[in-house]
Design a binder for this molecule. Structure first.
Ligand SMILES: C[S@@+](CC[C@H](N)C(=O)[O-])C[C@H]1O[C@@H](n2cnc3c(N)ncnc32)[C@H](O)[C@@H]1O
Length: 202
């Protein structure tokens, strides 16, 4: 199977999430930051089939991406896609949770489109066959997003950019309120729903 992302054809399979068009907006937000700050060291948590990491690598030859996923099939597929697009030297893959084992790497930015749906949510038929660990983020749904923000703080990262659920803006605002930061901006998807955030630390 194939899916188009940012005008490029990526291989997908039944073990990984089918990339969604709204995730292209996350890539644009990250790209805006890279135009200003010229960062070189980026981590992606939950790389899936690799659309975000590979698109960023292609658009920014100076960056290196440390990409993680708990799903070994996703890692294998993302690596295959990276080779297809000739960016395998720009991306290092880690089969791990969050950034476990990567704490020694000096990172400028963490990006993620993590699972963010509450465990109790009944999925529509159209997504019922996609892997559960790609979709469900915990009892409340925002647990993995909050872990990523906490990691950004603990590792003294400059920016954390994430996709999120349309109803998670208030949750994220409340969570970030307790954490010293420079700015928190939310963005909407093409349907006008809140869909993600860019958090800049001090
Ligand atoms: C919503 S999918 C996103 C895939 C791809 N980045 C995209 O945007 O299409 C979330 C991915 O996160 C992975 N994942 C779930 N929990 C994780 C964790 N604790 N650490 C790393 N990856 C995780 C899943 O296996 C899945 O590939």
């Amino acid at each position: 199977h194939k899916v188009s992302f940012y005008g490029r054809e990526f291989r997908i399979d039944s073990h990984t999430l089918i990339p969604r068009p709204e995730t292209e907006i996350l890539v644009e937000k990250i790209q805006e930051i890279l135009h200003i700050h010229h960062y070189t060291s980026i981590a992606e948590i939950g790389v899936g089939c690799g659309v975000i990491a590979i698109t960023l690598a292609l658009q920014n030859p100076q960056i290196h991406i440390y990409a993680t996923d708990i799903n070994p099939y996703a890692i294998a597929l993302a690596r295959e896609n990276a080779i297809k697009f000739g960016v395998e030297k720009q991306i290092t893959f880690f089969h791990t949770s969050l950034l476990q084992g990567l704490e020694h790497i000096c990172l400028d930015m963490i990006v993620a489109n993590p699972p963010y749906i509450a465990n109790s949510y009944t999925l529509p038929l159209s997504v019922r066959y996609e892997p559960k660990e790609a979709l469900f983020g915990g009892e409340v749904g925002s647990e993995i997003l909050e872990s990523i923000i906490t990691l950004g703080r603990d590792l003294r990262i400059c920016f954390v950019c994430c996709e999120m659920g349309y109803d998670q803006k208030a949750k994220i605002q409340d969570f970030v309120r307790e954490i010293p930061h420079k700015s928190l901006e939310f963005y909407k998807d093409l349907s006008g729903f809140d869909r993600g955030f860019v958090l800049q630390f001090l």
